[in-house]
Design a protein around this ligand. Structure first.
Ligand code: SAH
Length: 418
């Protein structure tokens, strides 16, 4: 099953054999007191030695959760078409970087690059390069294998990248740990199930005002973690709660805010667009922090480092953090976005071309996973950052009749390739 879209974790899995991460955290908590949920999540997911993504990496059928690109090739193909459609609408610049944040097993990029190859005649005069932002050495190995057949060069001297290679279709690929290391330039950004993996702070309204939820060691049970409330306000309660907030429980992901600010500044300065797809809400949900292990909900405080931890993306926060540097579109439901991108037509073509019943059943099953409102169709959303001039002519105010209308943005409207 895919990661579910709501509901906090239930079932606790047996503790991991070595429990190294738990021992490390327990020592730290005993020595210096409780930590924020964000610090706990960061340690559990991306600690360089024992973090979940560093060691396990969990994406895919044999892992802990499965994602849309792993379910169907059609997903990545339609996203590839989105980039081509935006590239055309923006006047076919002669170069662009495809920058993916958190590429998992590399399947999404692989499907996008296949579309770029199929549309090589359209892209023929365009110089394309791929830039992957990935903290996990284990997942970067998977990506290298998938995209280059494993032919990569570590620590290239000419770049800020930690690894480089060439895709099977001849496109240069570079790996970085941080978006800031990616060279400036006209770029199309992609973040699929990336923002939900970034650390969140959790807050609770009490009679004495806002308090932050912290993770502590349970004094009664050895090496067992528990949630506690901060006795007073914390720097995060001061900075991250909006005065007009009406909810009693709130999750905030400042790291997502910083990354969106960076994306928006880069798009404003160098051009391009960003497409963000994830499960999330528009500033309405309260308690979405949960864990996944072996495709099942997992208690977030049990056996840290062995389970994926995640929280719904707050798209209203991302929109706010773009700070007007770019325009934003969405969030729009996955099933609407994919429908607008022509998923039905693509399915028909694949069904017609497939001879055997098993393949046809598989195609229909994966379509249902992506589109069914009760599966991934409703809870996954698409959200985009685009330069203002992509949506409104800069001189429209002065001479409204002088320009032809701008082409609609695919996915958020029906696809129009001209
Ligand atoms: N986009 C993929 C994988 C999603 S899992 C898919 O949809 O299948 C989240 C991905 O983000 C993993 O590749 C993980 O290693 C990466 N990741 C998590 N935190 C990160 C961070 N702080 N910086 C860069 N990559 C990160």
């Amino acid at each position: 099953a895919a990661r579910l879209c709501s509901g906090a974790g239930g079932e606790a899995a047996a503790a991991d054999g070595d429990g190294a991460m738990l021992r490390h955290l327990a020592r730290k908590l005993r020595a210096s007191g409780p930590v924020t949920v964000a610090e706990y999540m960061r340690e559990a997911l991306t600690n360089p030695g024992q973090g979940y993504y560093t060691r396990r990496g969990g994406v895919g059928e044999s892992g802990d959760f499965i994602t849309s690109p792993e379910i169907s090739q059609v997903f990545g193909e339609l996203i590839g078409i989105w980039y081509i459609s935006e590239w055309m609408a923006m006047g076919k610049p002669n170069t662009f970087q495809l920058v993916e944040l958190g590429p998992g097993r590399g399947t999404l990029t692989e499907d996008i690059l296949r579309v770029f190859k199929q549309l090589a005649s359209v892209l023929s005069k365009c110089d394309v390069s791929v830039h992957l932002v990935e903290v996990s050495p284990k997942l970067s190995e998977f990506q290298a294998e998938m995209l280059t057949g494993g032919k990569v060069q570590p620590n290239p001297e000419d770049k800020s990248a930690y690894m480089k290679g060439v895709s099977k279709t001849g496109i240069p690929i570079f790996w970085y740990r941080d978006i800031q290391d990616v060279p400036p330039g006209y770029s199309f950004y992609l973040a699929h199930e990336f923002f939900d993996a970034l650390p969140i702070h959790k807050f609770q309204r009490t009679e004495k005002g806002w308090r932050e939820v912290l993770v502590d060691i349970d004094p009664e049970v050895p090496d067992q973690l528990r949630f506690v409330l901060s006795p007073s306000r914390t720097p995060a309660t001061q900075n991250f709660i909006q005065p007009e907030e009406t909810r009693d429980h709130v999750e905030v992901c400042p790291e997502a805010g910083v990354i969106v600010q960076r994306l928006a500044s880069r798009i404003e300065k160098d051009g391009g667009a960003a497409l963000v797809a994830d499960y999330g809400h528009d500033g309405t949900k309260t308690d979405t922090f949960r864990g996944f292990r072996n495709h099942k909900l997992h208690d977030v405080l049990s056996a840290p480092g062995t389970a994926d931890l995640t929280a719904d993306v707050d798209f209203s926060y991302l929109r706010k953090m773009a700070q007007g540097r770019t325009a934003t579109l969405g969030p729009i439901k996955q099933r609407e976005f994919l429908k607008n991108m022509g998923i039905d037509l693509r399915l028909q073509v694949l069904l017609q071309n497939s001879g055997d019943t098993a393949t046809r059943e598989q195609l229909l099953h994966s379509y249902d996973m992506l589109m069914n409102p009760k599966k991934m169709g409703d809870c996954f959303n698409f959200f985009a950052l685009l330069p203002h001039h992509r949506l409104v002519h800069p001189d429209k105010k002065d001479k409204p009749e002088s320009k032809s209308p701008l082409p609609p943005v695919a996915g958020f409207n029906e696809l129009l390739l001209k």
